[in-house]
Write a protein that binds this ligand. Structure first.
Ligand SMILES: [Fe+2]
Length: 175
């Protein structure tokens, strides 16, 4: 059963080559250090962006399969170290993100929470990735990554969630 709800939309029809993405991760030495909040060390993560991603032929090919109606703005690879993750947050601009899990095989889930950044309360929903998946970036969300370095390709979307759900229902996610 394909999951498509207010939080995530699974795209099992989108096939991709994890090894090609893993090679990009493993050969890169210019990861930028980022943090959701400078006062919380455990929210540190790393990003590979710019030409190394946007000029990569395989990533260009992946981006090209999606409909322009999703309003793709950029792609990047996000690395979370073990004993880390991302505290609950809302994304600043992007409305949604297509996530391609790269490594490890046992990939820490995304969770959605009630409350605020300073005080997330109840977990509303948790999703374990099984395939490329569009996640809603405008509901409080985070990741607890415990055991392994977690790498994911992210394609950022500006289309509102309601539009994306509609495109999915009409079978128009792909170009
Ligand atoms: Fe986010």
């Amino acid at each position: 059963m394909v999951v498509a709800n207010e939080y995530v939309i699974e795209l099992p029809e989108v096939k991709y080559d994890k090894l090609k993405l893993k090679e990009i991760c493993d050969s890169a030495d210019n990861w930028d250090t980022k943090s959701v909040s400078v006062d919380k060390k455990d929210t540190m993560y790393y990003v590979l962006s710019g030409d190394i991603i946007m000029e990569n032929d395989y990533i260009k090919e992946l981006i090209s399969i999606f409909s322009p109606a999703l309003k793709i703005v950029r792609a990047e690879i996000l690395r979370m170290p073990p004993d880390g993750g991302l505290d609950a947050h809302l994304d600043a601009v992007r409305q949604a993100v297509i996530i391609f899990p790269i490594q490890p095989e046992i990939f820490a889930p995304i969770y959605y929470a009630e409350g605020t950044y300073q005080n997330p309360t109840k977990i509303l929903y948790e999703h374990y990735y099984r395939c490329p998946t569009i996640v809603n970036a405008q509901i409080l969300h985070g990741v607890r990554n415990e055991l392994n370095t977690r790498d994911a390709l992210q394609i950022s979307l500006l289309a509102p969630w309601g539009d994306i759900l509609k495109l999915h229902a009409e079978g128009k996610i792909l170009s």
